[in-house]
Write a protein that binds this ligand. Structure first.
Ligand code: RNT
Ligand code: ZN
Length: 423
């Protein structure tokens, strides 16, 4: 009965969209193959496997909902659970502090090698996924007493972190070779100052030099995609951020092969990443995103099907840039079931992309270019209430994942059988 109703709903929704010149079958087919990078760090509050102590570096998780993953097996099982209940192609995003050491061996971050990530490669390959990677410049004793890493005035500290960055380039290349998919390697540091700086340029000059040293490590530009992620401010570093917007954008501009990475939680609340994307696409062959939900400050709340991510998706789709924009999720909420957080975030981005693919972009652009602004406003409003939900259901169905809220029952069961047994 339900099957029959839903089938009819898709057919009638498809006919309604066709009246607007939108091919829903084509949108569904296209979206299935656009990969979304899913971060491993939602599963354990960004702690990783080194047992180095608390999360530092200007970022923070709040909440202590039970059931966080305590080891690689649990984290991977939780990711699998999330993948099984979400549509679309995926890559995984691993941070260097998620190295998996075996037989009691543990090396420091400047000495990391591909073999310390072999289990992640096995995990990705078994699922036909690529891997993106992030050096970890936080939560570590070699973060200087001033909180600085790549911009540290202490040559020993700076060298340690440069060596870490270089090691991560080698590991990224290994990921790409093993999985057959390029590895986006994102450099973000929490380097900055809590209070009024006496020198704003010095740390940035050292940061610049460190970037150049890291990028001097030989690598294949088709395989490794180094990125520079900017930030506005962080917790405990409210007064000054070395890797500001202008700084990282120019790092990317001045270093061949380096890509700017925009995290939409990292700007002034009235600055929109959706507007920055087309600006950058005028100049950069490729850009990268961390998709999140900022609430007042860089809060990293779970992504929802909200206005700004919808607008971001539109910019990617209508500029035909799905192969030029690397899309990755970045949020960490410890106050709710962490697997639910992943699932809601992944499903939300998939909705944003599907929504963007169900718009008559050519016609809308034409209205703008011919100054038909009344009609443009009318049409942009009308498409908002087309039967999007019915296309979403069909998309989930074709991807073999739950089409509605029923996925939550699976998580309730998982919480009861698995998560609640973790202390
Ligand atoms: C922090 C940055 C960064 C981190 C991850 C864990 O503000 O967004 O991308 O979230 O490296
Ligand atoms: Zn980020």
């Amino acid at each position: 009965m339900k099957e029959e109703i839903m089938k009819n709903r898709y057919e009638s929704a498809k006919a309604i969209y066709a009246e607007y010149g939108v091919d829903t079958d084509a949108a569904i087919a296209r979206l299935k193959n656009i990969p979304l990078t899913v971060h491993c760090w939602q599963g354990d509050d960004v702690l990783g496997f080194e047992n180095n102590g608390p999360l530092t570096g200007g970022i923070m998780t709040t909440g202590n909902y039970p059931g966080k993953a305590r080891n690689p097996e649990e984290l991977m099982a939780d990711m699998d659970k999330a993948f099984s209940l979400t549509p679309g192609a995926k890559k995984i995003n691993v941070h260097a502090n998620y190295a998996i050491f075996e037989d009691g061996e543990q090396v420091d971050r400047d000495k990391l090698e591909p073999k310390h990530f072999k289990k992640w490669v096995d995990f990705a390959k078994e699922r036909g996924m690529g891997i993106d990677f992030n050096p970890t410049f936080f939560s570590h004793p070699m973060v200087g007493p001033d909180g600085l890493t790549l911009s540290s005035p202490d040559p020993k500290i700076r060298k340690f972190w440069v060596d870490h960055g270089k090691a991560c380039i080698r590991i990224s290349e290994y990921f790409a070779k093993e999985t057959g998919m390029p590895c986006v390697m994102n450099i973000w540091t929490g380097d900055g100052l809590k209070d009024v700086p006496a020198d704003r340029m010095g740390p940035r000059m050292r940061y610049k030099q460190s970037f150049e040293e890291i990028l001097s490590e030989p690598y294949d530009k088709n395989l490794v995609k180094p990125c520079a992620e900017s930030k506005f401010f962080g917790i405990g570093v409210e007064s000054y951020t070395c890797g500001s917007g202008e700084f990282t954008l120019n790092i990317a501009a001045m270093n061949d092969g380096c890509i700017p990475l925009l995290d939409n939680g990292h700007y002034h609340p009235e600055e929109m990443v959706s507007d920055k994307i087309p600006a950058l696409l005028c100049f950069y062959p490729e850009i990268a995103l961390h998709i999140t939900r900022g609430v007042h400050w860089d809060s990293d709340h779970v992504l929802l099907f909200d206005d700004e991510p919808r607008e971001i998706a539109k910019e990617i789709v209508r500029n035909d840039a799905t192969e030029r924009v690397y899309m990755a999720l970045d949020f960490f909420d410890a106050s709710i079931n962490r697997v639910v957080a992943w699932i809601v975030g992944i499903r939300s981005w998939q909705k944003c992309m599907l929504n963007a693919m169900l718009m008559p972009h050519a016609e809308l652009k034409e209205l703008q270019d011919t100054a038909q602004f009344s009609k443009l406003m009318m049409l942009q409003e009308e498409v908002k209430t087309l039967p999007f939900g019915d296309i979403w259901v069909e998309y989930c169905k074709q991807c073999g994942v739950p089409t509605d809220k029923s996925w939550y029952e699976e998580i309730e069961k998982y919480e009861k059988d698995v998560l609640s047994k973790r202390n």
